[in-house]
Design a protein around this ligand. Structure first.
Ligand code: NAD
Ligand code: UDP
Ligand code: UDP
Length: 343
């Protein structure tokens, strides 16, 4: 259409008449894909409490209706069973595009489906954003940095990713999703936001999804040994879910496209994480070492300078304070009695 490559095209044509409602009441119609999942359901809580009208689409692969039970009968809430690989026709002002399994055991379960979700799902949501003139935020991931050769990771780092490994459906899938976002922005003027999320934990995580924090907390509560994958010195930096959701909303509402790292820069080895779970969840907990999986990144820690400067955001919840909140939720779901440790 004659637009210069590399420069954003003209904004889409006239906004739909329905959008005027936002000028009057500041109430937005917000679509959350993957909203029945862990992060999505906490985001929906915040958006509903802010008075917006929320549509969730989810195929329930790893999410559940019960994560949203508090909103099911609310007049401003709608839940649609839908797979983002298929086109979607709704009229909204903002799209938080989260739909994608996030835990390695789930995204490796059907890798072809994972890459379809990332590529076709993101394409469909961008087509939707273009048609209705909505702003769209993608929840990308620290996995785009692969097994990083730069530490801590800044947004400028292009990553060290194996294109043909068992994690590629997820990390290369998200990289293509980011590419699509920027191409729709440059070519069609779609308003985009990209968050690169680092490991996040909290209530409503899938108990058996195999991620390290959920595994250790569930194992400690069940009186099982925590499974530290070798060597145990690999690191991750864990962000509590309320901090993450705060960062996502600031990014959506702000003026920067990103990509912006959203994560907690406090870095722990897996052995240190096991020790912390023992201290704050169950003093009688113990651990054993087990083999690791292929392509496991050795270290990961976000540089959040951009988030601090551009969004005025930084995480507030310490691991030792967030873990007991998650353990309380897990204990209720597992029907195990639990008193936070004062050790
Ligand atoms: P989750 O598995 O709890 O939630 C994902 C949701 O997407 C689920 O409800 C699932 O049913 C749904 N979904 C999956 N495929 C779908 C499809 N094809 N169509 C419709 N719905 C589909 O995971 P989460 O931890 O809440 O992650 C949410 C987003 O954040 C994901 O995009 C993930 O890549 C990203 N992220 C999460 C983390 C983390 O530590 N939790 C880290 C980095 C990035
Ligand atoms: N799409 C969608 N909802 C919409 C508009 C588009 O799901 O409201 C899908 C559409 O089916 C297509 C994708 O988004 O597969 C990309 O749409 P776009 O209009 O950018 O491309 P085209 O349809 O011209 O290939
Ligand atoms: N891990 C572990 N024990 C487990 C599950 C995972 O020690 O029971 C380790 C794993 O080797 C990796 C880290 O925890 O180094 C984070 O793994 P997770 O699957 O939670 O997330 P990701 O690899 O996607 O960061």
């Amino acid at each position: 259409n004659g637009s210069v490559p590399g420069s954003p095209a003209k904004p889409p044509p006239s906004p739909s008449p329905l959008r005027t409602s936002k000028l009057v009441k500041n109430k937005l119609r917000v679509l959350v894909t993957g909203g029945a999942g862990f992060v999505g359901s906490h985001l929906v809580d915040r958006l509903m409490k802010a008075g917006h009208s929320v549509i969730v689409v989810d195929n329930y692969f790893t999410g559940t209706k019960s994560n949203l039970k508090q909103w099911l009968n609310h007049p401003d809430f709608e839940l649609i069973r839908h797979d983002v690989v298929d086109p979607l026709l709704v009229e909204v002002d903002q799209i938080y595009h989260l739909a994608c399994p996030a835990s390695p055991i789930f995204y490796k379960h059907n890798p072809v489906k994972t890459i379809k979700t990332n590529v076709m799902g993101t394409l469909n949501m961008l087509g939707l954003a273009k048609r209705v003139g909505a702003r769209i935020l993608l929840t990308s991931t620290s996995e785009v940095y692969g097994d990083p050769l730069v530490h801590p990771q800044t947004e400028e780092y292009w990553g060290n990713v194996n294109p043909i490994g068992v994690r590629s459906c997820y990390d290369e899938g998200k990289r293509v999703a980011e590419t699509l976002m920027f191409d729709y922005h440059r070519q069609h003027g779609v308003e985009i936001r990209i968050a690169r999320i680092f490991n996040t934990y909290g209530p409503r995580m899938n108990i058996d999804d195999g991620r390290v924090v959920s595994n250790f907390v569930a194992q400690a509560l069940r009186g099982e040994e925590m499974t530290v994958q070798l060597p145990g010195t690999q690191t991750r930096s864990f962000c509590y879910v309320s901090d993450l959701v705060d960062g996502l909303i600031r990014l959506m509402e702000g003026e920067n496209t990103g990509p912006i790292n959203i994560g907690n820069p406090n870095e722990f080895t897996m052995l240190e994480l096991a020790e912390t779970v023992k201290q704050v969840v169950s003093p009688s907990a113990s651990f054993k070492t087990v083999p690791n999986t292929p392509d496991d990144p050795k270290q990961r820690k976000p540089d959040i300078t951009k988030a601090k400067n551009l969004l005025g955001w930084e995480p507030k919840v310490l691991l030792k304070d967030g873990l007991p909140l998650m353990a309380k939720d897990f204990a209720e779901r597992l029907d195990i009695s639990y008193e936070p440790s004062t050790a």
